[in-house]
Design a protein around this ligand. Sequence first.
Ligand SMILES: [Zn+2]
Length: 333
Amino acid sequence: MLELERTILTAEMLAPDTGELISTRIEVRVDPLTGHTSRIVPSRGLMPPNEFDLEAFARENQPRCPFCPDRIERLTPRLPSAIEPAGRIARGEALLFPNLHAYSSHSCVSVYSPRLHYLPLGQFTERLMADNLAAQVGYAKAVMAAEPDARWASINANHMLPSGSSLFHPHLQGVVDCRPTTLQRLLAQVPAAHFVAYLDAERRSGERFLVREGLVEWLVSFAPIAPAELRAFVVGVSSPAELDDELIAELANGLTRALNAYAELGYESFNLAMYGAPPGTAGYPLNLRIACRSNLRPFYRSDSTFLERLHWEGAVDLAPEDVADRLRDRFRA
Ligand SMILES: [Zn+2]
């Protein structure tokens, strides 16, 4: 049986005013899949809820937005015909095209809709999410068909400036490459039995487990890299390119619940990564992480510090079990 590993550290110091002994508890947790460690510190308001007028900011930056209806056709690049003869992939309102600022040999951007320049997390719908995921899945399939060496696909999001997004207009990003990212590689090296044991342990404990919907299981990360981090696992599928419409709908359902719940907690910025391994990788469940980022406001604190960036160590003051308690209703509704 898999043991979720944690160590309690105690920091002692004398109070600046009274000189009294202060003890602070820090919990260091080990991620059961990759061995990454994460620090859970006492709640100290590191992630204040949104107070910024995002709607006014959206109006201000919209006139220059290349993803809005009157400019998207003119200002976004088109896919080579070997990948998509039409140049862009459309699913419902979603529209996918190459990333002008490529990070890989195959790097794409897909907007939820050209008309949705401003899409607060509380207004995400399953339809918008499913169509955008379907566009990304279509892209991964098309790239793999055109270029058989490109086996590593991921579907990602930087949503709002604090997450790393340079464009305000909400979108997903896809990467299909002949080599994995660091985390794709580490996850693909995890023995199949480890995934099974981790999910078993979380299901049994129930402290962080959220829901099992069809083939998709959702839980709050035991050792999060980022605040309010959730993970989902799709058993029986190893790449986004293998997702059928039913699985896309199940994933869209969970992602929409997650984003709507983040909005209720006061968060408006997030990152998403769905880590594909090569199609047909035996025992590898396609899995994703989604987490909140700091809210936008002048002189805001970034949630990504020397720990996350240079030590690869999460440090959060939102205890995963509290996050699970606050999100659980959303996932069971
Ligand atoms: Zn726009």
